[in-house]
Design a binder for this molecule. Sequence first.
Ligand code: G
Ligand code: G
Ligand code: MN
Ligand code: NA
Length: 253
Amino acid sequence: LRLENELRRALVNEEFVLYYQPQVDIGSGRIVGVEALIRWNHPDKGMVMPNHFIPLAEESGLIVPIGEWVLRAACKQNKTWQSEGYAPIPISVNLSMRQFFQHNLKGKIRHVLEQTELDPQYLELEITESMTMDVDHAIQSLLELKELGVNVSIDDFGTGYSSLYYLKKFPIDKLKIDRSFVRDIMVDPNDAAIVATIIAMTHHLNLKVIAEGVETEDQLKFLYQNRCNEVQGYWFSPPVDRLELEHMLRYGI
Ligand code: G
Ligand code: G
Ligand code: MN
Ligand code: NA
């Protein structure tokens, strides 16, 4: 209960901050997107990583107001970058299950877009496969998001409930290949085959694809040869604070 109360206080005192990890176009090396990732700048403990508080936030329901804070902060920051003259790029925000299924998700997101004046095409929402298990509900929610004009990607693709059924049924834009597959592409032929096949499939289905967790040049080469559009990972940059991200937006990675 103490952590839960601390999370409530953190919301009130605005102790959360966003970090940003660049998403890179594999052909040009340019930053074509950023993923917003929450951190907790705790008054005593310093910067606390999300795996230390997101699970409790999800259990307690606090993930809904925290997620709303993330959404608003990400949209606001992206709008600010555009006003400052940076080339417009989409910002990705992770949605939790509870957020995805909350009442009037569309209205809430529309409200944030209106408040921050961010063009919806520059917001991407990441959902996970587990959120698509209730197929009809998921399709309904996704259609509402599409009506807003935002983009939707499936995060950690390949690790969850993997029905190929929804890939043609669901109005999504992009798959994010989970880093557990990318990690071993150079050592495990099965993982190499899985990654190559996911990429080929996205091209046939007219979806975009990004590989997560790229840490080596060999992995990058493999992904390039297999026609992956975009990459994200420590090879380019870990998640960084606003100032470091702005430096990369200006001068490249
Ligand atoms: O860098 P990283 O340690 O940031 O993230 C760890 C985990 O926390 C990832 O699975 C990521 O999806 C999750 N996470 C990070 N930021 C958010 C957020 O804003 N909302 C939700 N729901 N999950 C997040
Ligand atoms: O689950 P999700 O993809 O939303 O969260 C992204 C998580 O992956 C964050 O914790 C981020 O710090 C981490 N991450 C990003 N790039 C890499 C990488 O190259 N290697 C590893 N091991 N983790 C990464
Ligand atoms: Mn993600
Ligand atoms: Na992921």
